[in-house]
Design a protein around this ligand. Structure first.
Ligand code: ADP
Ligand code: MG
Length: 442
């Protein structure tokens, strides 16, 4: 390379260094390596395509001012991806700080072995195993979302256990979003923010639980985003859990886009067979034998939250320890009846049943279904509820429509037609509607 040819790149670097923040520069520009430069073109090595896109999206015009151009007028850059494992960034400083405050530990019971698989969670479980087996090399980040009590934290910790066991040289940390925020607050107080930043940025695998708590915490969002970018651009693995999909989070567009980079996987509500398997597994590990018939009976009545299933098993365990009595349906009913979510299935399905079921499967609030919001996800869930109400409730259309916050019967028919059409072509929607039906008619 000739001296002059190297200079146009370094001139470009000097120019933008003055125009972006230090974090931006460290995360996005510093990892780019100059491979060769001539009067015709420049070859740059980037750690991943995101860095390449970032450069072109943000600095194309500036690049065109400094670099050789193609005949089309575009900057003549050839990008090569760094081979995996090849380090782009300067070597981390030898001494890696540990945080004085102990961040949360892995729950010893939350392992892949104890995670029961079924149609609702097969995909997300295999994605989690993929990430744990090859951190930073398959999907990055992995974003897991779903309703409460469905096993997100369990799966997150399973990844932690697996990495700790199979990749002993990798530094893995699981943290709740609350704890991350508290760490920043403490570090600011103790003037140890650099130490804290170094701690996080030196991890190989960062597991973040409940990212929804970052909403409305503007100052912390930026720090999180910087940590995120620093790790991703070194091909370090990030896994995030959340109670909603990235696009439904009230976070900056920048951060939402980052979270959608890798794989977004939804944790569904387990079907009847899976719930039965979970009941059997959990009760056996507590030394209680629940007959199949009883397990089915419980699974039919507690259906959209695995944590509640566990609560039910705990109650039965406590009971059977006190009373040396064999479990039968009658006893189980007596012990658990206030936990049961729906009246036995011979009772007529009410609009309220449908609204609750739709709300839990589509992850929207029950009140949004009878509200006015035109937000895409909510509007679709509302139409599904209307569709099912028309299908399942034996009442006048006027009356059913009125139950949706005073809608007219033509709105109801319109929604019914729309969903009836969509489920012919949209496999995902068809399955969701099926899940609601199943919950209503266990
Ligand atoms: P979330 O983080 O989604 O709210 P958790 O991971 O805390 O849910 O799960 C709640 C409880 O249900 C935990 O005790 C967990 O072990 C259990 N659980 C959830 N899904 C499964 C599953 N598929 N197999 C076994 N246990 C499960
Ligand atoms: Mg959780």
């Amino acid at each position: 390379m000739l001296e002059t040819e190297v200079t146009y790149w370094s001139q470009f670097i000097d120019f933008i260094q003055q125009r972006c923040s230090t974090a931006e520069f460290t995360n996005w520009i510093a990892p780019i390596r100059l491979v060769s430069a001539s009067v015709d073109e420049i070859v740059l090595e980037v750690p991943n395509v995101f860095v390449q896109e970032y450069l072109l999206d943000n600095f194309k015009d500036v690049l065109a001012d400094f670099l050789p151009l193609k005949s089309s007028g575009e900057p003549a850059i050839v990008f090569v991806l760094a081979s995996q494992g090849h380090k782009q960034l300067p070597e981390p400083e030898p001494e890696i700080p540990t945080l004085e405050k102990q961040v949360i530990q892995l729950n010893p019971l939350y392992t892949f072995d104890h995670f029961i698989e079924g149609a609702s969670n097969q995909f997300v479980k295999s994605a989690a195993i993929g990430v744990a087996a090859r951190p930073g090399k398959s999907y990055n980040p992995l974003f897991i979302h779903g309703g409460v009590g469905l096993g997100k934290t369990h799966l997150l910790h399973s990844i932690g256990h697996y990495v700790a066991e199979h990749h002993r040289n990798l530094k893995v940390q699981v943290i709740t979003t609350e704890a991350f925020i508290n760490d920043i607050v403490d570090a600011l107080k103790n003037k140890s923010i650099d130490k804290m930043k170094r701690f996080y940025r030196n991890l190989d695998v960062l597991l973040v639980d409940d990212i929804q708590f970052l909403q409305n915490r503007l100052n912390f969002e930026e720090e999180f985003c910087n940590t995120f970018e620093a790790l991703i651009n070194q091909n370090k693995q990030i896994v995030i859990t959340c109670d909603k999909a990235p696009s439904n989070l009230k976070l900056s567009e920048r951060l939402v886009a980052r979270m959608e980079w890798g794989l977004v996987a939804q944790m569904g509500v387990p079907d009847l067979e899976t719930r039965v398997a979970i009941i059997k597994h959990k009760s056996e590990s507590r030394g209680l034998d629940i007959p199949n018939q009883i397990a089915f009976y419980i699974a039919e009545h507690i259906y959209n939250n695995v944590r509640q299933l566990e609560g039910a098993i705990n109650r039965l365990c406590a009971h059977s320890r006190l009373m040396a009595q064999e479990l039968n349906q009658e006893i189980v009913e007596k012990i658990l009846h206030e936990m049961f979510q729906l009246a036995p299935s011979n009772k007529k399905i009410s609009l309220e049943n449908i609204l609750q079921s739709v709300a839990s499967i589509f992850e929207v609030r029950r009140t949004e279904l009878t509200g006015e919001s035109r937000h895409k996800e909510i509007a679709q869930a509302r139409q599904v509820a209307m569709y099912l109400a028309k299908e399942l409730i034996d009442d006048s259309l006027q009356k059913i429509a009125a139950g949706f916050g005073g809608k007219t019967h033509s709105t109801l028919i319109h929604a019914w037609k729309k969903i009836a059409d969509q489920i012919q072509v949209n496999e995902m929607l068809r399955r969701q509607v099926q899940m609601v039906r199943k919950n209503l008619n266990p």
